[in-house]
Design a protein around this ligand. Structure first.
Ligand SMILES: CC(C)(COP(=O)(O)OP(=O)(O)OC[C@H]1O[C@@H](n2cnc3c(N)ncnc32)[C@H](O)[C@@H]1OP(=O)(O)O)[C@@H](O)C(=O)NCCC(=O)NCCS
Length: 163
């Protein structure tokens, strides 16, 4: 039986954890990484929330950045998500909690994201959590190795959330 995760809003004191997690080996091909100054700026924005996943036995096990929150047209974007131990079910549990948090606390009817087409693990986790694939932004990201990646748009609507 997996431990129940809880969520809390991050503060600047949590940025070392956030930065270490987004820099885990292999993540550079899957997600962007910001400097401390970029994170500090983002954290201070009214349209941004950082949420941490907390395990009762292990403490912080992941983070998400929501940015922007509750845009009147597009809804809330899940800008970044990383967990400390991928492929062990943490992300799926975290995503369910984030979906509930977003629709319980924000005046928004849509939670969306984009994910590299080559990030099959993340796409599976998002699909299992209830996200649908809405389309593809073809050749829409220049990777650090010079290659160009497709980005898959995904979303879940308030009306689709699981109770
Ligand atoms: C994306 C991420 C948050 C998902 O969290 P997670 O804890 O790994 O997800 P889960 O373990 O709950 O689910 C992973 C799913 O992918 C599958 N999977 C696990 N390892 C895999 C791999 N190497 N390749 C493909 N699928 C894989 C699992 O079987 C599971 O699918 P299922 O539920 O259909 O069985 C996490 O992998 C992560 O932090 N990745 C690095 C950063 C990143 O990619 N962020 C997302 C950017 S949009």
């Amino acid at each position: 039986m997996p431990e129940a995760l809880s969520l809390r809003l991050a503060t600047s004191a949590d940025l070392p954890f956030v930065m270490a997690t987004e820099r885990l080996p292999g993540y550079e091909h899957l997600t962007a990484q910001w400097s401390l100054e970029e994170h500090q700026w983002a954290l201070a924005q009214a349209h941004t929330r950082y949420l941490l996943a907390l395990s009762p036995s292990r403490g912080e096990v992941g983070f998400v950045i929501l940015q922007p929150v509750a845009d009147q047209h597009e809804g809330t974007k899940l800008k970044r998500m990383c967990v400390s131990t991928p492929g062990q079910g943490v992300g799926g549990q975290f995503l369910s909690a984030v979906i509930h948090w977003v629709f319980d606390r924000l005046p928004t009817d849509r939670l969306w994201l984009d994910v590299f087409s080559h990030n099959e693990r993340a796409r599976r986790a998002y699909r299992r959590a209830g996200f649908s694939e809405d389309g593809t932004l073809r050749a829409a990201y220049r990777c650090s190795d010079g290659s160009i990646a497709d980005r898959i748009l995904m979303s879940v609507l308030r009306s689709e959330r699981c109770v």
